[in-house]
Design a protein around this ligand. Structure first.
Ligand code: PEP
Length: 251
């Protein structure tokens, strides 16, 4: 059985005091949480402080991006070793804002995935189509390209370190979410693809999150879908009042 997984992407929001206050509130409200795996990804500047605020909690600390190199002359980048030093165990890679706003290619995303897997991080690899691509009927083709390229050279045992987040670009931060059935159909396609890239057992074990305007009002219907194992949450992860009901969707 795949464990439900709710991850919060704080993007470029929150000063250190704001981040510590939210992390502390989540840690106490989720102190007895057992069933659902929970991760939060604050901005880099708040990682150390949030690690301290999460001490003793089961909430995992994530990063929103990482460099494909471990050290060197890479002005403005953050390495996986620096992230480990800050207590990070999960890294989000290939987020649509990285791909579409900052021009990250499938090749670069794959270099990051390989580096993170080799460094023993858990990876959330984001895939998803733009509105134009959906309207042209190429959603599966786009997702397949991103999956095959993003996971190139990742072996079957290494796939256990990878979670896929299906995030249709048109649904991120727009208030428009895919219907649970639309999300489930793409998730089923991703699982089938993982079956052909690896094998049936690896595909069954693969956790696939949905991302795109997830909120307390729609999480329950999404989680009712067979192939939706959790959510990568942006806007609604910025406040305890909206993130906690998403985490506790089953209560
Ligand atoms: C995201 O940042 O990955 C995301 C899905 O954002 P939002 O929930 O705000 O659409």
């Amino acid at each position: 059985m795949r464990q439900p997984y709710i991850a919060g992407n704080w993007k470029m929001y929150k000063t250190v005091p704001e981040a510590v206050s939210l992390a502390g509130a989540l840690a106490s409200a989720l102190a007895s949480e057992r069933g659902t795996k929970v991760m939060i990804a604050p901005p880099f500047t708040a990682l150390h402080a949030v690690r301290d605020a999460l001490k003793g909690s089961r909430i995992l600390l994530g990063a929103q991006n990482a460099c494909a190199e471990l050290e060197g002359a890479h002005t403005g980048e953050i390495s996986l070793r620096m992230l480990r030093d800050a207590g990070v165990t999960v890294v989000i890679l290939g987020h649509s804002e990285r791909r579409h706003v900052y021009g990250e290619s499938d090749t670069l995303v794959n270099r990051k995935v390989r580096c993170a897997v080799a460094e023993k991080f858990e990876v959330i690899l984001c895939v998803g189509e733009t509105l134009e691509e959906r309207q042209s009927g190429v959603t599966e083709k786009v997702v397949e390209t991103q999956m095959r390229a993003g996971l190139a050279a990742i072996t079957e045992p290494e796939l256990a370190q990878v979670t896929i987040a299906y995030e249709p670009v048109w649904a991120i931060g727009t208030g428009k979410n895919a219907t649970p059935q639309d999300a489930n159909a793409v998730h089923a396609f991703i699982r089938g693809l993982a079956g052909s890239m690896y094998n049936a057992a690896a595909a069954r074990a693969l956790t696939i999150l949905y991302g795109g305007s997830v909120k307390p009002e729609n999480i329950r219907d999404l989680m009712a879908m067979e192939n939706v194992d959790g959510a990568l949450v942006g806007g609604a992860s910025l406040k305890a009042e909206t993130f906690l009901p998403v985490v506790k969707y089953d209560r």
